[in-house]
Ligand binder design. Structure first.
Ligand code: C2O
Length: 559
């Protein structure tokens, strides 16, 4: 009897410690949203965190697992959490963008995000999706393949999530509120961080950098996440080349590079082989910006540290790419191809039901109270619509047929035709609206995202919720609807959830609207989202048994 009990206990604790014996498990996580005092970058300030950590905890799961993440809001801000890249098939209620799929979790309130990781594996991430709280409220989400299913590349000896971010000495909510008052751009950050550490920088020379300890001869899968608010980043390791194997939780044809480009919202898995015999090697994280826009040019550093190397030994250095390295950026982007294997085919829509042409960029609207900007304010738009956030969540309004919250007349084309990448049009003003674009279930969609040069051309990492899409084309200048589609790649284009529209150029993406609900699409530069570079798709229910939005959970927050 005694032995039997012990055996039972051992078995129970065994399953608790190793919950990954089978897939299709339910995994519970608890996120306490709490303030935490930090002394990073030699400034001591309270920041909003999950469980007191920056970056927040990494979530581990397997394909087909169900996650139940209980979020308890202990801070004075409204909060919501987005699981960036998780498809949320029929479970838009768990997607997270505030006022799009849910009302925010108010101070003192609780919400359990409940969703299943269907047909996805790789590195994704999670972040707050309200105000600028994602500056410090973010972390990695790792979905391992089903048990017994190998990676389509040599098995690494170790895996490590590497979260890149931006750090402001002052409170980020103040940074954006000041900017909105003035009508001008917000202050750039004071440093970049690698897993929470900037490395020694001018403003805080003593700050320690992140250390990645390695063993000679072993291979490391680095799961890179760009959680920065506003900056595309280059990632480099001195003396080592990196093999890219996955982006946005989708396998790619492996290729070698010494520099990775990663935009806010994107994730990139690379293999790093510790091929040297010993030593310390510098890792650099630095901004990419090839337009006349101010960025934080402080390079964050970390070290790859071989075991047995003295801390006092000299570090092998490398220089980060110059900030405006368009060629390095293009070279990286053009190397990305879907793996397109038998097991992981690239299911590119060959026929298109909805052809959309969206201009993405900035604008200038009147603002009598904006003194610093001479009575005007910088805004952003898609097809000249500056998206206005509703006060009732769009998915609720859709599901419960609440009228007056949104319209479904989002324009298919820009209202004025002009030379988008040439000199700006006479009128820089935009219109406001909460306008959605409606799609029937399973429609195929092509969106050409065209950058505009109003104020300045700029790279826009555009993220679509609820779907992955294929980047079938990319070019500089204005998209030519007659000529450019002829060179589209419909065989093995890269598939992802966040795509960089190049400065003064365009990208064409395709996806199948096989997920009913309301899905946000926006620039993942937080400043542009704030300014209105966002819209949403409303995907109608299908007729089949598994083709409609599931009912909302009972604890869905109220506005
Ligand atoms: Cu990662 Cu709507 O965001």
């Amino acid at each position: 009897m005694g032995l039997y009990r012990v055996g039972f206990l051992v078995l129970v604790s065994f399953f608790c410690v190793y919950p990954s014996l089978t897939e299709g498990l339910v995994r519970h996580y608890k996120f306490n949203i709490v303030m935490k005092n930090t002394t990073r970058l030699c400034s001591s300030k309270p920041i909003v965190t999950v469980n007191g950590r920056y970056p927040g905890p990494t979530i581990y799961a397997r394909e087909d697992d169900t996650l139940l993440i209980k979020v308890v809001n202990h801070v004075k801000y409204n909060v919501s959490i987005h699981w960036h890249g998780v498809r949320q098939l029929r479970t838009g209620w768990a997607d997270g963008p505030a006022y799009i799929t849910q009302c925010p979790i108010q101070p003192g309130q609780v919400y359990v995000y409940n969703y299943t990781l269907t047909g996805q594996r790789g590195t994704l991430w999670w972040h707050a999706h309200i105000l600028w709280l994602r500056a410090t409220v973010h972390g990695a989400l790792v979905i391992l393949p089903k048990r017994g299913v190998p990676y389509p590349f040599p098995k690494p000896d170790h895996e490590k999530a590497i979260v890149l971010s931006e750090w402001w000495k002052s409170d980020t909510e103040n940074v954006i509120n000041e900017a909105l008052k003035s009508g001008l751009a917000p202050n750039v950050s004071d440093a970049h961080t690698i897993n929470g550490h900037s490395g020694p920088v001018k403003s805080c020379p003593s700050s320690m950098g992140y250390k990645l300890s390695v063993e000679r001869g072993e291979t490391y899968l680095l799961r890179l996440v760009n959680a920065a608010l506003n900056e595309e980043l280059f990632f480099k390791v001195a003396g080592h080349s990196l093999t890219v194997v996955e982006v946005d939780a989708l396998y790619v044809k492996p290729f070698k590079t010494d520099t990775v480009l990663i935009a806010p919202g994107q994730t990139t898995n690379v293999l790093l082989t510790a091929s040297k015999s010993a030593g310390k090697y510098l890792v650099t994280v630095s901004p990419f910006m090839d337009a006349p826009i101010a960025v934080d040019n402080v390079t964050a550093t970390a070290t790859v540290h071989y075991s047995g190397t003295l801390s006092s030994s000299a570090t092998v250095l490398t220089l980060p790419p110059p900030q405006n390295s368009t060629a390095i950026s293009n070279n990286f982007t053009n190397s990305l191809r879907s793996l397109n294997s038998k097991k992981y085919p690239a299911l590119v829509p060959k026929e298109v039901d909805h052809h959309l042409f969206f201009t993405v960029g900035l604008g200038v609207n009147p603002c009598p109270t904006c003194k610093a900007a001479n009575g005007s304010r910088v805004v952003a738009s898609i097809n000249n619509v500056t998206f206005t956030m509703p006060t009732t969540a769009l998915l609720q309004a859709h599901y419960f047929n609440i009228s007056g919250v949104f319209t479904t007349d989002f324009p298919k084309n820009p209202p004025h035709v002009y030379n988008y990448t040439g000199s700006p049009p006479a009128n820089l003003a935009t219109e406001k609206g909460t306008r959605l674009y409606k799609l029937p279930y399973n429609a195929t969609v092509e969106v050409v995202l065209q950058d505009t040069g109003i104020i300045s051309p700029e790279n826009h990492p555009v993220h679509l919720h609820g779907f992955n899409f294929f980047q079938v084309g990319r070019g500089i200048g204005n998209f030519n609807p007659k000529k450019d589609p002829k060179s589209f790649n419909l065989d093995d284009p890269v598939e992802r959830n966040t795509i960089g529209v190049p400065s003064g150029g365009w990208v064409a993406i395709r996806f199948r609207a096989d997920n009913p609900g309301v899905w946000f699409m926006h620039c993942h530069l937080e400043v542009h989202t704030t300014w209105g570079l966002k819209m949403a798709f409303l995907v109608e229910n299908g007729k089949g048994p598994n083709e409609s939005v599931l009912p909302p959970p009972n604890d869905l927050p109220k506005c």
